[in-house]
Design a protein around this ligand. Structure first.
Ligand SMILES: Nc1ncnc2c1ncn2[C@@H]1O[C@H](COP(=O)(O)OP(=O)(O)OP(=O)(O)O)[C@@H](O)[C@H]1O
Ligand SMILES: [Mg+2]
Length: 311
């Protein structure tokens, strides 16, 4: 379990993060989501013991990250932002070197490194010098490096950045499969990433946690209204006032009146009432034609923007 309590990090007078607290249980995959400069990297650096907080503390598996630094590091795999790699080393040599640092026993090193190279899709470049690799391949080497030593905890700062779409899917699958016996925290500003890989999301903006929940709950909790979008053939104003009479309808807006008698309407209702049936009936009973109807619930994308941008 990872336990962050009231973490604050100040650079000069400016707080990069302020009073950040959260708990992550064993086996969870938690997404740390926030716009540029929100404080994701700062928080992760503190979690891994790479920099100290100005105040607050972190415990990983019951050990203090600073008081028991070495012990904690043995259990941790860390993919930092801008993966620092030894550019003049060959991929396999580098990973074996990391394995030695992580105290993987000599007889197991070769096997362990081979397995991880396969998993990360880099066994075809095992003999290449790291500096000659493309950005995405360097990123894969960074992920491989974090997996060496089979750590219980993985802290991954933007693991899929710079990867091609196929590799992004593979890495997401990999992260999900690792979750079976690991506790993982990953940062991203890509929304589909959290819905696809994480069991819980922590949204951070301007150094503070602004929301924390499952991707599903966030979508439900924050979308107070559901919208139904309709295209109807008939007189706009008249349709609008008929639809307003339906119970559960909060608002009706005429979005645009298309040519030849077609109107687009946006009907807002409480999110727990499905008014589509009644809308369809009202249209048909008045002899208008219902050409299209679709329900729109606020997605994670809008929620994220709502939470992280000032009006
Ligand atoms: N060494 C430093 N000195 C001064 N300010 C810093 C330092 N490191 C980070 N900051 C500031 O702290 C804030 C948080 O930065 P951080 O790198 O944690 O954001 P982030 O969420 O990781 O952003 P990104 O999505 O761009 O990676 C920013 O305002 C940044 O400018
Ligand atoms: Mg960052």
């Amino acid at each position: 379990m990872i336990k962050a309590s009231k973490l604050t990090k100040k650079y000069g007078t400016k707080a990069a993060i302020q009073d950040v607290s959260f708990n992550i249980d064993k086996g969870e995959v938690v997404g740390f989501l926030g716009p540029n400069g929100a404080g994701k990297t700062t928080t992760m650096r503190i979690l891994t013991g790479y920099i100290p907080p100005t105040s607050g503390k972190v415990e990983i598996g019951g050990l203090d990250v600073f008081d028991d630094s070495l012990e904690v590091r043995r259990k941790l795999g860390y993919l930092p932002e801008n993966t620092p790699l030894y550019l003049d080393m060959d991929v396999e040599v580098f990973l074996k070197y990391i394995a030695a640092l992580k105290k993987v026993s000599t007889d197991k090193r070769s096997n362990h490194v081979s397995k991880i190279m396969k998993v990360c899709g880099i066994d075809n470049v095992r003999q290449s010098t790291i500096k000659t690799l493309s950005k995405g391949y360097k990123q894969r080497v960074g992920i491989a490096q974090a997996l060496i030593g089979n750590p219980e905890y993985l802290i991954l700062d933007e693991p899929t950045i710079g990867l091609d779409p196929k590799q992004i899917i593979e890495i997401r699958e990999l992260i999900k499969s690792l979750a079976e016996d690991k506790t993982i925290i990953l940062s991203t500003h890509i929304l589909p990433e959290v819905s696809m890989t994480c069991s819980r999301v922590i949204i951070i903006a301007e150094g503070k946690i602004v929301a924390e929940d499952t991707p599903n709950n966030l979508e439900n909790r924050l979308s107070g209204v559901a919208k139904v979008l309709l295209t109807v053939k008939g007189p706009g104003e008249e349709i609008s006032s008929k639809l307003k009479e339906i119970s559960g309808v909060k608002r009706v807006n005429i979005e645009k009146t298309q040519a030849s008698d077609l109107v687009d309407l946006e009907v807002a209702s409480q999110k727990d009432v499905d008014i589509r049936g009644q809308l369809a009936q009202a249209v048909v009973q008045n002899n208008w034609d219902l050409l299209e109807m679709r329900r729109e619930v606020l997605g994670l994308e809008e929620i994220f923007l709502k939470l992280t941008t000032k009006e």
